[in-house]
Design a protein around this ligand. Structure first.
Ligand SMILES: *[C@@H]1O[C@H](CO)[C@@H](O)[C@H](O)[C@H]1NC(C)=O
Ligand SMILES: *[C@@H]1O[C@H](CO)[C@@H](O)[C@H](O)[C@H]1NC(C)=O
Ligand SMILES: *[C@@H]1O[C@H](CO)[C@@H](O)[C@H](O)[C@H]1NC(C)=O
Ligand SMILES: *[C@@H]1O[C@H](CO)[C@@H](O)[C@H](O)[C@H]1NC(C)=O
Ligand SMILES: *[C@@H]1O[C@H](CO)[C@@H](O)[C@H](O)[C@H]1NC(C)=O
Ligand SMILES: *[C@@H]1O[C@H](CO)[C@@H](O)[C@H](O)[C@H]1NC(C)=O
Ligand SMILES: *[C@@H]1O[C@H](CO)[C@@H](O)[C@H](O)[C@H]1NC(C)=O
Ligand SMILES: *[C@@H]1O[C@H](CO)[C@@H](O)[C@H](O)[C@H]1NC(C)=O
Ligand SMILES: *[C@@H]1O[C@H](CO)[C@@H](O)[C@H](O)[C@H]1NC(C)=O
Length: 471
């Protein structure tokens, strides 16, 4: 199966072998990690208190050697291989919001800072990259991804007839009578503002604040929504002020954040020392999948979506549903296309060839909706081909594949030259899916790709590759 992810897709994770380690504070065998272990073993529980997780994470001391090695590794990696290193210094184009970064200089400043514990350090480095709002450029640590947090309430947003956008309860597995009530305030502040601010500061998946707002309410991608967190929330509980009906009074629902994890992770530690050894500093052999899936069942079924769409709009007609992928509706005079994913392996048949019936089906859906408006699609990543295909259908006069280039550094030269020689399948430096953007001719050698371009970006003039394009 082919993954047409962009060449510069770049996710790195902290697996560092550090030689020495300061001693852990073992004032009590009943540290947070130990309490979690006890509850897991004695009660067979998979949910834990906020306080225990906070204590478990924060008990691991800051280690300046781990910090300096982390920063050093990141600096070398990015300096040698990051195609957008200079570009990252440039301010946001209009319509986008993110932090410009002089990555190498600012990372070095982090080296000078002091941190309360290892968690504080890792979170700072993680947010350093999050703030660039470039989801291919992330720093994720296995050490503090063991738990996910949930209050058993999920939210959604609608625009009222008078144009005001409000927040409502999508689901509440503890008290279903709260479903569809308006959330007027969260922790005493206007709910819409709180969600907007969360989208602005904490969601990293897009440079477009509108997309980030949608993501903040998209608990199906657990880990970066307002309701389902992968990071320790700021406070142990959250107060939702609900108004269920025009004629009834508002009331407060206070919920504690509950931490979830999965047994495969939970059985690896019995106190903070073993937590560090077996989770934070796991060897290659016993490294676990880096993402916690403790709350997979917070994911929502399409039925819940249908419930809301039917409720919100009288006269909703289902035009066409392509299972797990795309749905076409008509609401009054509007055509609505829900693209559930652009990561859809069924677009290939068993011989790894395009499934033409699949593409014909999409075209048919759009034909059925012809002459109606189509709302914005929200792309969280996936097969570039699907996005390109849909863009072409909607905007036939455009060429949806952007041309690109990348920094040609010495390490990059070496890697691409070696890959040309070895032709290792699936290698990230494999250029065989790309062609010269101008002549459309296949690249025949490493030098052919390197070309002789110099560009100034972020005020730095460097050697960049020939302009390239997906074949
Ligand atoms: C991490 O593990 C490696 C070997 O697995 C060990 O050599 C190193 O001392 C450990 N680091 C710390 C900080 O404990
Ligand atoms: C946590 O797990 C216990 C069972 O161990 C269960 O009774 C309780 O409802 C769970 N709490 C939440 C908030 O899911
Ligand atoms: C709900 O709690 C907030 C503080 O979180 C408080 O300001 C507000 O007055 C409370 N509202 C009600 C209806 O109790
Ligand atoms: C905790 O786990 C370590 C190994 O991971 C084991 O050696 C030790 O006996 C365990 N301690 C308890 C009290 O279970
Ligand atoms: C809260 O949500 C979790 C995750 O979806 C679920 O396992 C649990 O049963 C829920 N708890 C209650 C009390 O509904
Ligand atoms: C949410 O995710 C689950 C699991 O990936 C999927 O089965 C379900 O259809 C998704 N729901 C929606 C509404 O996208
Ligand atoms: C360019 O590469 C594609 C496959 O990636 C191949 O089908 C095509 O024949 C090549 N063109 C030339 C002129 O070699
Ligand atoms: C590369 O371009 C520069 C001018 O931009 C030119 O002076 C130089 O000769 C070129 N080198 C090669 C190998 O084409
Ligand atoms: C580039 O340099 C100019 C003047 O030296 C400065 O005004 C500008 O802010 C710099 N731009 C960036 C992206 O650093």
């Amino acid at each position: 199966m082919k993954f047409h992810f962009a060449f510069f897709a770049f996710v790195f994770s902290s697996i560092l072998n550090v030689q020495s380690y300061a001693t852990l504070r073992e004032d009590s065998i009943f540290d947070g990690c130990a309490r979690i272990h006890n509850k897991f073993v004695t009660k067979k529980s998979n949910n834990f208190s906020y306080e225990d997780v906070k204590d478990c994470y924060e008990r691991i001391p800051f280690d300046s050697l781990i910090a300096s090695k982390t920063i050093e590794s990141l600096t070398r990696l990015l300096d040698g291989f990051y195609p957008l290193l200079n570009k990252a210094k440039e301010p946001p184009q209009s319509g986008f919001s993110f932090k410009s970064r002089d990555i190498l200089t600012e990372l070095n400043l982090l080296k000078e800072k002091s941190f309360q514990n290892l968690y504080d350090f890792i979170i700072n480095v993680k947010h350093f990259f999050y703030d660039m709002k470039e989801p291919h450029t992330l720093f994720i640590s296995d050490c503090f991804s063991t738990f996910a947090f949930f209050t058993n309430i999920t939210l959604y947003s609608v625009v009222k007839d008078d144009g005001e956008q409000i927040i409502k309860v999508f689901d509440d597995t503890i008290d279903s009578s709260n479903i569809d009530c308006e959330v007027t305030h969260i922790n005493g502040r206007q709910a819409f503002e709180v969600i907007f601010e969360f989208a602005q500061d904490s969601v990293y998946t897009s440079r477009d604040i509108g997309v980030r707002f949608n993501t903040a309410l998209d608990h199906n991608h657990s880990g970066y929504s307002f309701s389902v967190r992968a990071e320790l929330p700021e406070t142990p509980s959250i107060v939702y002020t609900l108004k269920c009906c025009k004629h009834t009074r508002s009331f407060n629902v206070t919920r504690n954040w509950v931490a979830f994890s999965n047994p495969k992770l939970l059985e690896r530690f019995n106190n903070s020392r073993t937590y560090f050894t077996n989770i934070c500093n796991a060897t290659k052999e016993n490294k676990h999948m880096s993402y916690s899936n403790g709350i997979r069942d917070t994911r929502i079924s399409s039925n819940n979506i249908h419930r809301i769409m039917t409720k919100q709009a009288e006269g909703l007609t289902i035009i066409k549903i392509i299972d797990d992928f795309m749905e076409f509706y008509k609401i009054k005079d509007f055509g609505v296309v829900r693209i559930l994913t652009v990561h859809y392996p069924k677009m290939y048949d068993e011989n790894d060839k395009f499934n033409s019936a699949f593409f014909a089906n999409i075209i048919q859906g759009f034909k059925d909706l012809r002459n109606t408006g189509v709302k914005k699609a929200n792309n969280l990543g996936g097969y570039v081909l699907i996005s390109a295909f849909i863009s072409l259908l909607l905007f036939p006069d455009t060429y949806p594949s952007f041309e690109f280039d990348f920094r040609i550094t010495e390490p990059m030269k070496l890697a691409i030259t070696e890959q040309f020689r070895l032709a290792t399948p699936g290698n990230v430096f494999d250029m065989s899916d790309y062609a010269d953007a101008i002549t459309h001719i296949n690249f025949t050698s490493a030098n052919d790709i390197f070309g002789n371009n110099s560009f100034t970006r972020g005020n730095i003039t460097e050697h960049y590759s020939k302009k390239s394009r997906f074949k």
